[in-house]
Structures are given as structure tokens and as C-alpha cells.
Design a protein around this ligand. Sequence first.
Ligand code: AMP
Ligand code: GLY
Length: 431
Amino acid sequence: MKILVVGSGAREHALVNALSADPGVDAVIVAPGNPGMEAVALCEPLPAGGLDSEAARQAVVALATRHGVDLVVVGPEVPLVAGLADNLRASGVPVFGPSAEAARLEGSKAFAKEVMAAADVPTAMAHVCSTLDEVAAALDGLGAPHVVKDDGLAAGKGVVVTTDRDEALEHARACLTKEGGRVVVEEFLDGPEISLFCVCDGTTVVPLAPAQDFKRVGDGDTGPNTGGMGAYSPLDWAPVALVDELVTRVAQPTVDEMWRRGTPFVGLLFIGVAVTSRGPRVIEFNARFGDPETQVVLARLETPLGGLLAAAATGGLGDVPALRWSSRHAVTVVVAAADYPGTPRTGDPITGLEDVADVPTAYVLHAGTARDDEGRLVSGGGRVLSVVALGDSLSEARERVYDAVERISLEGSHFRTDIALAAQQNELHVG
Ligand code: AMP
Ligand code: GLY
């Protein structure tokens, strides 16, 4: 089997590694990829101007056809919401990734709420607002802390959670000034958050192992939200029945509702939930693998990934045997460039990567990396690297991952020092 992966982050690097390790996969091509993937995959450039552009989508279809690939796996949400999976299917290429219509589960929070209501999925109470007066009424009706979300895609930066009513209104005002702008004002959910990835073929749902992500830039969950600064899996503190409950109460009813609407969901349904004292409540849906959770989930998956995703793309998940998992703990820590999550500084040399091999189980996945004119590896984006390590215990995995991170030099870079610390210290409690 030949597989084309679309994207260029550490999530896609993890996907490319896992797909290359599948004995049923002969070749992996990635577009556009990054310097870290060159050792395992053929990197093909895409036209500049964003993965959602018509030119980029046509280029992906052309690549899939030219290489005669058996499957395309789409990493990021932007091309999915723009209809890349539809373009590929129209050309007869099997794809792991939802149609534009099904990707609205991520692309519009109001749409996700509507589907959840129709499918009776437990989630936060919410009001969809298109004027500031409606927002003010919703904020007062629900009370503090306030949660205000941009309806559309915002690269993890569209949500404000605050006890300050003026700040909540200000965020709503900024979102509403966009053309067709809408915001979702919702009830605050209290409890640890988890990410559960569900592989879907339109009717059948196969859950992967749950993970936890760290969204804020600073230790102790301080500072602004980011795309994600680290993750770990498994979650020893979570109730054993949680995954089954999330499949039964969230993923399956959602997939069934999308099927009923004639817009089946084929791809990765990412369920972000808060585990509250009243049970799990959905915080968000995404229509793709999460970054950085994928880095730890795939580090533990022993079942070959290519066969699983190909089965999902072709409606055959019902025949896939139970997935096999390593019992080891995986932790990933993101090394971010100076000034991230603002406008990151780029072009700084990255050194010390070869020393990571001296740390047992540790390895580095590339995200925002590039080569300069002399071929040296330099920073090229906000989240630069995702360092991963495994251990027989969470503390061993943490020790190793931080040992590895300390060996890497990138001027001005920063990382969180408390990834998975609360879990290691048994400080997480449901609700
Ligand atoms: P989202 O983009 O929907 O994942 O939201 C970003 C982050 O905002 C989430 O990971 C949560 O930490 C927080 N958040 C979103 N919705 C809520 C909510 N209803 N209650 C509490 N925190 C929330
Ligand atoms: N780590 C959260 C996300 O990928 O949206």
C-alpha cells in the first residue's frame, strides 16, 4: 500500500513514522512535510498560500494520482473544512478524512452544538449569538466563569474563559465584527479534560487510547492558549469505563446522526471532554487527529496504522480486530520558538538533536523546522519540535523526555516543565 499524508507538523511526523512502520505499507509520501520526515518519506512541495487554497487542493489530488496512492491521510483541519476530502473522493482516491460537510463538526461550533442536541450528546448548555445584546443576555443567564467561543476555525485561539464580564464581551465583539460572525456562549465546565480519538468509517467507531493535552503556554496552566504544549497517555486517573461511555454516549450517536443526515463522518472524530462530577461533557469536536496528543497515542499503538486507516476510508472498520496497545506510558513535550504563541521568531539554529538518541526510548518529531541556505536545521514556526519518550511508569517517561529536551538547544525557545506532573503526583480528580 502507498499512502500520501497531507500536513507538515509533528502530528504528521508521528503519522508518517507509524505508517512507515506498518509492514503493509510500501511507501509514504508527504505533502509538504518537513525536514524531519525526509528520512522516512518522500516530501513533495505544495503551492504556497495555505492548504485551503484551491491550488493546494488540486496539487494534492494531482500528487495522489501521479503516485497512484491507495490512501490519503489528511492531518490538519483547514483543508478538510475547505473540501479536500471531497476533491480526492471525486477523483476516486480513498481518503481518511471527512467531507467538508462532515468537517463542520469542527468548522462551526454552532453546527456541532446542533448535532449534539439532535443526537442527545451531553455537552455544556450554550447560546448561539449574533449580536452583542444576545451575548450580554447569555452571559448573565449562565453566570461566571464565562466561556465565549468564536463559531468558526481559529487555530485554538477562538475561546476565552474568564470571570471578567468585560473581557468576555470584548472577545465576543471581536468575533462578531467578522463577516457572518457568530459566537457561542456556554456554561463553564469544571473537571479535568481529556482527548479521545475515534476512528470512524461512517457507521462504525473504533476508539484509540485517551490522552491529555496542555493548552496554555505556561507552567501551572498560565498564559494564553496555544495549539498544545505537551501530552501524555494513558490516563491512569480516568475511570476505566470512560472510553466505553464516550463511545456509547458521544461518538456513536454523533456518527449515527451524521449518517442520518446523509453526510457520513469518515475520518478521525476527536472528542474533547471535561470529566465533571455530573459525568463527561463534550467541550469540542475536531475532525482530525489532535496535536500533540497524536504523538503519544501513536507511540503506544501496536496495531499497524495503515491497515486501520485504510479500513476506515473504505467502510471496513467492522472487520478490524481489537487494537493492541503498549502498556508503557508516553509523554511528549513541545519545544516552542521565542514569542510563541504570538508571532514566533524563526531562523534560529537547532542543535543537540543527535544527543537525544542517548536517552532510552526518546525521539524527536519535527514541526516548525526548516533548512537555511547552508543546509543547517533552523526554526521555522511556533511549535518547533515535539520530543517523545516512553517509560514503564509515568515518572520514568517524564524523566526521559525532559532529559532529552534539555539536550536540545534553540535560542529563545521555551517549553512547559509540568507536562503530566499532576497525573504523576495523583492530583487529578474527576469533577
Ligand atoms: P476549544 O477550542 O473549544 O477546545 O476550547 C479551548 C479551551 O477552552 C478548552 O481546552 C478548555 O480548556 C476551555 N474551554 C472550552 N469550553 C469550555 C467550557 N465550557 N468550560 C470550561 N472550559 C472550557
Ligand atoms: N491538541 C488539541 C488540538 O489538536 O486541537
